[in-house]
Design a protein around this ligand. Sequence first.
Ligand code: RNT
Ligand code: ZN
Length: 424
Amino acid sequence: MRNNQKIEHAYEMAKDIYAKWGVDVKDVLKQMDLISVSLPCWHGDDVAGFEKPNEQVAGGGIQVTGNYPGRARTADELRMDLEMAFSLIPGYHRLNLHSMYGEFGKDLVDRDALEYAHYKGWVEWAVQESIKLDFNATCFSHPMAASGFTLSSKDSEIRKFWIEHVKRCRTISSHIGRELGSPCIHNLWIPDGMKDTPVDRKTPRFLLKKSLDEIYAVEYPKSEIKDSLESKLFGIGSESYVVGSHEFYFGYAQSRDKMLCLDAGHFHPTESLADKISAILLFFDELLLHLSRGIRWDSDHAVIQSDDLLAIADEIVRSGDMDRVHIALDFFDASINRVGAWVISARATLKSLLSALLQPLEKLRAYENEGDFFARLALMEESKTQPMGAVWDYYCLQKDVPHRDLWMQDIARYESDVLKKRSD
Ligand code: RNT
Ligand code: ZN
């Protein structure tokens, strides 16, 4: 049997097994086609950006560790790396751009002077590659953020600067969304907080609320832009106090019809992000996730099929409203091949969703409703070892991307042909 035939054969067998549990695999694959994952552009160059080539180091509590060769130094290099990554991920996906990745030419364009023109190259590329774009204001790695405060600063000049920045980023986002015919999610994360115990936790939060109201006073059609706000528990340099906490943004987003962004690394390690999804979807129309993998802290390791990720995928699927949950990845790891890390993370996310979609949900629900918790647990356990891999291989084949570990050789070739030749 030729390899493709073997994959098809294994798929047919898997389809029968799942059918006995009431799972229609063909239908599952149709649902897989509707999923898009937004890849973090910032992982490709260690969150440096293109404002001052070779000078920028991530700030605002964002720490990138490792010195693996081959980081992208220009927009063209970053796009080339992304094309490589996208070619190894089944389906059509999105790119999450940060404003510091504009194409600024020779001039230094400060954050309060950004224009759509600086991102036109990205939009043209996105059209060519059939991907969509999301966008982020960059409120860190900048002298105006050196005090540790941006939108919540007590200095009105600093607040003014960042308000202007975020306003411009929203205008750019809506323009991008209009051009690409897909709402561009504009996510806002700010580093504001304190290393040591503050006396006044209230004033910065009051000021943040005021700044946000000024920013969002400008309205755009939701067909062009969707706004989200990302909370954090603590950061490096903001261990004792983060202005934009979960409660702050929950209240803000709820009362202003905005989306929440939950980052998997931004909660207490024993807190379950998966558990939050069903609660939030009762009170919000949509939700943005930053899937990440924190190890001991918000370390932003590449995403893998961990128990945490599987639980999140289960909850997305079980919500019955997959289209209300937007999935973005947020990690940056300079210690391994960066292009490979994008692929590992996106494939792990898709595989976790596939495994959730293949679960015998109807049966499990019935057991739960009957109060048969033994049967629920037993079937959940048995479903873990069913031939999900055969369905995944077939899905990759169908989408014309390498199945199993075959893509590793493409990464190795790209590394020796392209990445190793870059000197930093
Ligand atoms: C930081 C947040 C934020 C950033 C990106 C680069 O802790 O997770 O989402 O990672 O904006
Ligand atoms: Zn994040």
